[in-house]
Design a binder for this molecule. Structure first.
Ligand code: SAH
Length: 513
């Protein structure tokens, strides 16, 4: 975005409770255009996938071995960036004005005369109620709802809320930041006259696939919480309505809920499988064995773009190639018609989808998604003799395609390599570190090459003590054969090699247990 000194602005945005589907349309729009995104612990980092590649991302939450950045430093970051004319998105978990210190940030912005906008978010109490099926108000049991905090000021660690006064109101109490102080709060509520039978529900990481919950009564909940192992961040809901929650657990009751899968694919392709698993409630750790890095010759790119309209066919061999090509194309031209009247071929459906996202029709996709089929069918069906062709590709393995188009098809072919594929260093990858620490229920292999990479990088898969021991899942007979050849035990396999069958096989495997 072009920015100048007079247009800097801070957007204080509620990031919702975690599930990315729960942010507002406005929040998403602003994340997409932001120059800078300042986010904390409770804002789901997945929201940052919507941000521009070149947006500055500043994490100000706590992380292992480090305290969160002090509030005045956060305010300084906001002011400082806005003063440079940048569009600054400040993402805060839940709603910025519910126990989110939004008021303090606004004070500072006003003091410095920085323009701002505030976007509300779904606060944890409402999200927890919905995802646990607890109606916060009910005509028969509760006609008021109270939001309380267990820590009034995270730096103070003292309570000045008069919990006794809340004990007899019959209001549904929603307690934020309360797990650490629960014994004391329960004591005060009891002293204030709240019945020991009053139902209590505690939900950790509500709306995420790692949501966990525990239910009890005012008398039992401290012990129940301890036994459950649940901790912060958690929402505590106290009141008669908790006993009247939905019998059907629409969220925690899903087929793969509570299961954790490792998906081992290049990032670009993992999306669909991840989505299918998450829809059934699973948590997914994506481990890309390989990564794509832009790599191209700027001079060559310039020449090809300058003459782009002369090509009669443009062939894309991967979705990555499409993405990079259009990024570079839009940098050079601001009118899609500069592309010219060429016909377009894609090696497979995923590549075609990426092209169609630019509202461009794909003229040709081979019946099988590989370069050989593409060469065969193009030469046979389209007659490539003396045709000017551009192949947009990575810098590996495409010589064969070019060679065949030139020799068998007698086409005039230029290639434009845009990226290289490199092995991910999983020992230094955050997601892999999480796998080693927590383990998973299954590692899903979607091809023989993922099996080979797994063996190749076995050091990165060494589980720490106490981590969940995964079974190995195979997408189909070919992959299973590779697993068997390598003497790896197969936990489950799909009979037919497709993502749908794979997910079904996982569901079947885990429902048996
Ligand atoms: N502004 C936030 C609250 C920040 S205070 C909001 O509106 O939700 C942090 C507390 O919020 C946590 O200690 C926890 O009590 C609650 N919380 C936030 N996200 C939560 C989640 N996904 N599940 C359960 N509780 C959550």
């Amino acid at each position: 975005m072009s920015s100048n000194k007079s247009t800097g602005k801070v957007y204080l945005i509620g990031a919702g409770p975690g599930d990315p589907g729960l942010v507002t349309v406005r929040a998403r729009q602003l994340i997409e255009i932001a120059d800078v995104i300042v986010y904390d612990y409770l804002a789901n980092p997945k929201l940052l996938d919507w941000a521009r590649k070149d947006a500055e991302r500043i994490y100000v939450g706590k992380s292992a071995g480090r305290h969160s950045i002090p509030q005045d430093e956060i305010e300084e970051i906001l002011v400082n960036r806005a003063n440079k004319g940048l569009q600054v998105v400040r993402l805060k978990g839940g709603d910025p004005f519910v126990f989110g210190r939004g008021g303090e940030e606004i004070d500072e912005l006003q003091l410095d005369k920085i323009p701002f906008e505030i976007v509300p978010g779904v606060t944890a109490a409402l999200a927890t109620a919905a995802y646990a099926g607890i109606p916060l108000s009910h005509r028969d049991y509760s006609s008021s709802i109270t939001f309380l905090t267990g820590h009034e000021n995270p730096e103070k660690h003292t309570l000045s809320i008069d919990f006794k006064a809340h004990a007899k109101t019959k209001s549904t109490l929603c307690l934020y930041m309360g797990v650490g102080q629960l014994p004391r709060i329960v004591g005060e509520l009891t002293e204030g006259g709240m019945s020991g039978d009053t139902p209590v529900g505690i939900v950790e990481w509500a709306t995420l696939n790692r949501q966990r919950s525990v239910y009890g009564t005012l008398d039992t909940i401290v012990a129940d919480l301890k036994a459950s192992g649940i901790g912060a961040p958690a929402m505590i809901i106290i009141g008669e309505v908790v006993a009247h929650r939905a019998k059907t657990e629409w969220f925690e009751g899903r087929e793969l809920f509570g299961k954790r899968f490792v998906v081992t694919r290049a990032r670009e392709q993992a999306g669909q499988l991840t989505q299918m698993l998450e829809d059934k409630g699973a948590e997914v750790i994506e481990l890309p064995f390989i990564e794509v890095q832009p790599q191209f010759d700027a001079k060559r790119l310039g020449e090809i773009l300058a003459g782009i309209a002369v090509y009669e066919w443009v062939i894309f061999t991967s979705a990555n190639g499409v993405k990079l090509f259009f990024e570079l194309f839009y940098k050079a031209f601001d009118d899609i018609r500069c592309l010219g009247p060429m016909r377009i071929a894609a090696v497979g459906a995923a590549t075609a989808r990426e092209i169609e996202a630019h509202k461009l029709k794909v003229d040709f996709v081979p019946t099988q998604a590989n370069a050989d089929a593409l060469a065969d069918e193009l030469i046979e069906n389209e007659g490539m003799e003396s045709v000017q062709v551009l192949v947009i590709t990575g810098n590996q393995n495409r010589e064969e395609l070019v060679l065949r188009l030139e020799t068998e098809g007698r086409a005039i072919v230029d290639t434009l390599p845009l990226y290289k594929t490199i092995k991910t260093d999983l020992l230094n990858n955050e997601a892999a570190a999480r796998f080693r620490k927590e383990g998973a229920d299954a590692i899903l292999f979607t091809s023989s090459s993922t099996v080979n990479s797994f063996i190749d990088q076995s050091a990165a898969f060494k589980l720490e003590e106490g981590a969940r021991q995964p079974v190995l899942g195979s997408i189909g007979p070919m992959t299973s054969k590779t697993l068997k050849d390598k003497k790896l035990p197969i936990g489950f396999e799909a009979s037919v090699s497709s993502l749908e069958h794979f997910v079904d096989a996982a569901v079947k495997h885990f429902s048996k247990r």
